[in-house]
Write a protein that binds this ligand. Structure first.
Ligand code: TYD
Length: 431
């Protein structure tokens, strides 16, 4: 049995939960340009990450009050339009928040950001629902000090509380409230700054933070997401884009593919796809795909999902059902049966399908430089594959997320991300 060392945890936002340097620095550069201000010699703009804006503009950058006020207007405009979307969530943060919540720990946020941008970021990344209490500045001017923000964030009663933050004022704020502090050494303050300020403990990365806050607690099961579509549906491009976006949202992504994904399965992939083996019979082909899958599930997919990873897999058993069951006409039931020991209960939690008509997919394939043994098959073959996919989707509407793959690349990428996030973080704004 394990127990959590703290029954109340208060987090800072920038540099602790979210990596905000690009978003803040670019917004600040824009604001300074608009008011014709220059950065004083020897000042690193990263120093403005953390303190309230007014304090940074007047204290660190030396602006007059009236100019600082105008700069805040430009900063806010740019931040809302662009800066906020340059944020990313640090890896493991989602699992730490989930573990604390599920362990009955009180989870709060205390940030020097004004309420509107703070809530916009939390909502954009789907983090809001993890917190019992969120304390922000009310606006840019009525500055509340950090000790007071932390005091308001703490629950009415607790046994042992901790503040997690990346700057000296987070540590000092914790001390003023008589609680422990963990310095997030991966954020914007140095480990030395945090130690000198008297942090109870300093962590170098979010994995160590998880170990410190949730020692011995089981990591929540991850998620198994597969992507399917006809050859020429734009799948590879979309999986690349999706992988990057999910990482920016703080998901720990393991990207893999079928056939392949580990050494044995990559060797089988070569045997299946080379045009040297045009004589391969449908049953041999189906069994080789299943064999490659068995090893991939055993060696890669199941262990990663159990470690809490989001496994993003380009094709899985649905490809066999559509291509070998439908395209090769082996029958979907036969293919499902011979895949049972390979899948071994590890069905995807969700499957994204890029819908595109096989005729359009064929036209797109014509512009490809080299085609494998499956891609060179006839239009009729790919027509049967499409019908088999459509039947699969119809029979399992809950698992499939269908996106129109015939639109332009950026629109497909946006639709794909929306569809996937709606399944991963149902609490996300706009989903
Ligand atoms: P894929 O890696 O998507 O091709 P590429 O990266 O070259 O675009 O898939 C390889 C081919 O294997 C593809 O034509 C679909 C086929 N396939 C099956 O026929 N059955 C299966 O079970 C799998 C996983 C793939």
């Amino acid at each position: 049995m394990f127990s959590f060392p703290y029954d109340a945890v208060v987090f800072d936002l920038d540099g602790t939960l979210t990596c905000s340097d690009q978003g803040i620095i670019q917004s600040m550069r824009y604001a300074l340009e608009q008011v014709n201000a220059t950065i004083p010699a020897g000042v690193d703009l990263r120093a403005v990450i953390g303190p309230p804006l007014m304090q940074s503009l007047m204290g660190i950058l030396g602006l007059e009050e009236a100019v600082a006020r105008r700069a805040i207007g430009y900063y806010t405009e740019y931040f809302n339009r662009t800066g906020m979307y340059l944020y990313t969530v640090y890896p493991h943060i989602r699992s730490i928040l989930t573990m604390l919540r599920e362990g009955g720990v009180f989870v709060a946020l205390a940030t020097s950001k004004p309420v509107r941008p703070a809530m916009a970021i939390l909502n954009h990344f789907g983090l809001t629902h993890y917190f019992h209490r969120i304390i922000t500045e009310e606006d840019n001017e009525k500055v509340v000090n950090k000790p007071e923000l932390i005091r308001r964030a703490l629950p009415e009663s607790y046994e042992r509380a901790v503040m997690v933050g990346d700057r000296y004022f987070d540590v000092e704020g914790a001390r003023a409230n008589g609680i422990d502090s963990v310095g997030a050494g991966y954020g914007f303050g140095s480990e030395e700054e945090l130690r000198t300020a008297g942090a109870t403990h300093v962590v170098a990365d979010t994995e160590s933070l998880r170990a410190y806050l949730c020692p011995g607690a089981p990591v929540p099961r991850g998620f198994f997401l597969t992507v399917e579509g006809l050859d020429g549906s734009g799948k590879t491009t979309q999986v690349d884009r999706l992988e990057q976006s999910l990482r920016d949202y703080g998901f720990s992504v393991l990207r893999t593919r079928e056939p392949g994904g580990c050494e044995i399965s990559e060797e089988i992939r070569h045997t299946i796809l080379t045009t040297d083996h045009m004589e391969m019979c449908p049953a041999c082909e189906a069994l080789l795909y299943a064999a490659a899958r068995a090893q991939h599930v055993h060696e890669v997919i199941r262990p990663a999902v159990e470690r809490g990873m989001l496994v993003l897999c380009d094709r899985f058993v649905d490809s066999s059902i559509a291509y070998q069951g439908g395209g090769r006409a082996l029958g979907t039931d036969v293919v499902r049966t011979l895949n049972a020991p390979a899948v071994d209960g590890m069905m995807p939690d969700a499957t994204l399908y890029l819908a595109i008509d096989h005729q359009l997919a064929l036209e797109r394939r014509h512009s490809a430089t080299s085609l494998d043994r499956i891609e060179v098959e006839s239009g009729a073959f790919h027509g049967r594959v499409q019908s088999a996919y459509e039947k699969l989707i119809n029979d399992d509407k809950k698992r499939f997320l269908v996106v129109n793959g015939e639109q332009d690349v950026d629109t497909v990428a946006a639709d794909v991300l929306d569809a996937v996030l709606s399944r991963l973080e149902p609490e996300l704004e706009g989903c």
